[in-house]
Design a protein around this ligand. Structure first.
Ligand SMILES: [Zn+2]
Length: 296
């Protein structure tokens, strides 16, 4: 697999799979003049993301069924996120519509806002809630598969893969999110008038708790995806995942103030998952050409 540019008697080596020759470390910018057998940056230990190298850490050497499991996980997550994006657009549109409606009603002189009365839960509430919970479970199932432990990890100890903490925080997030949704839904039915400040606090606190849990969850999800990108190796996916380790949790929480933040996080995650899917699919199909190629 290694090319030897110095061999004069051989024809020119085929073009590399990457756009630019590797000259600097992707992590610390250390200039790399590494011999072919060296697979890590001598300065910071980051793997040299060159598909021409034979680093045992590369997923090219991983178990085929393990790669298939990762691929299935990405596909489940992508289906979940697609539904999530559609749902976000619907919620956003409904919110804008509600604002316009409220503005028009508010301009009407002589209008008195209706006194809130206890609203019993309707079948629509139940369906909306069930869809949201099923979507959360679908995403959790996808990520659970994508974070499956490798049956035979490579000999060389990789940097921490962040797989286990990613799993733990996803689970905590899912439980907290479902619990908060049930609590809020039931609590709202008990409010008979305009919520008092203390009632608002009871409604808002669990929401903030869920947002707080999203921060470590996104950090570990992105660290794990960065690790997968490193093992493909896919420099562009790695370069995308690296800033997202801090940008994704920021967008998902503080970005919620400008409404589109969480949606932007989902879209960036989907884009990254597509990149990982492409790389892992290529590895699986190289092993087993009969493996059906899906459009994604
Ligand atoms: Zn380095």
């Amino acid at each position: 697999m290694t090319t030897s540019p110095g061999s004069a008697d051989l024809p020119a080596p085929p073009p590399r799979l990457i756009a630019q020759p590797l000259s600097i470390c992707i992590n610390c910018k250390y200039p790399l003049h590494a011999p072919p057998e060296q697979t890590r940056c001598p300065e910071c230990g980051t793997p040299i993301l060159d598909p021409n190298l034979d680093s045992p850490e590369f997923l090219r050497f991983a178990d085929t069924d393990y790669l298939r499991t990762l691929r299935t996980g990405i596909r489940i997550a992508l289906v979940g996120y697609t539904i999530e994006v559609l749902r976000s657009f619907y919620t956003f549109a409904a919110g804008i519509y509600g604002l316009i409606l409220g503005f028009q009603i508010g301009r009407n002189p002589g209008h008195t806002p209706p006194t809130p009365t206890p609203q019993p839960l309707t079948i629509v509430d139940f369906i909306t809630f069930s869809v949201a919970v099923l979507l959360m479970l679908l995403l959790l199932a996808g990520w659970w598969k994508l974070t499956t432990p490798e049956p035979t990890p490579p000999d060389i100890a990789s940097k921490p893969d962040h797989r286990a903490p990613a799993r733990v925080w996803m689970l905590i997030y899912a439980v907290a999110w479902i619990g908060t949704s049930i609590f809020t839904m039931l609590y709202m039915t008990t409010i008979t008038s305009t919520p008092t400040p203390s009632q608002m606090l009871i409604i808002m606190l669990p929401e903030f708790l869920v947002l707080g849990i999203a921060i470590p969850m996104y950090i570990y999800i992105m660290l794990y995806m960065k690790w997968i990108a490193m093992r493909l190796p896919d420099r562009s996916a790695y370069s995308l995942a690296r800033p997202l380790v801090w940008a994704a949790p920021l967008l998902a929480t503080v970005g919620a103030c400008i409404l589109v933040g969480p949606l932007a996080t989902v879209i960036l995650t989907v884009y990254l998952l597509f990149k990982l899917h492409k790389g892992i699919s290529a590895l699986v199909e190289a092993r087993d050409p009969s493996d059906a190629t899906y459009p994604i």
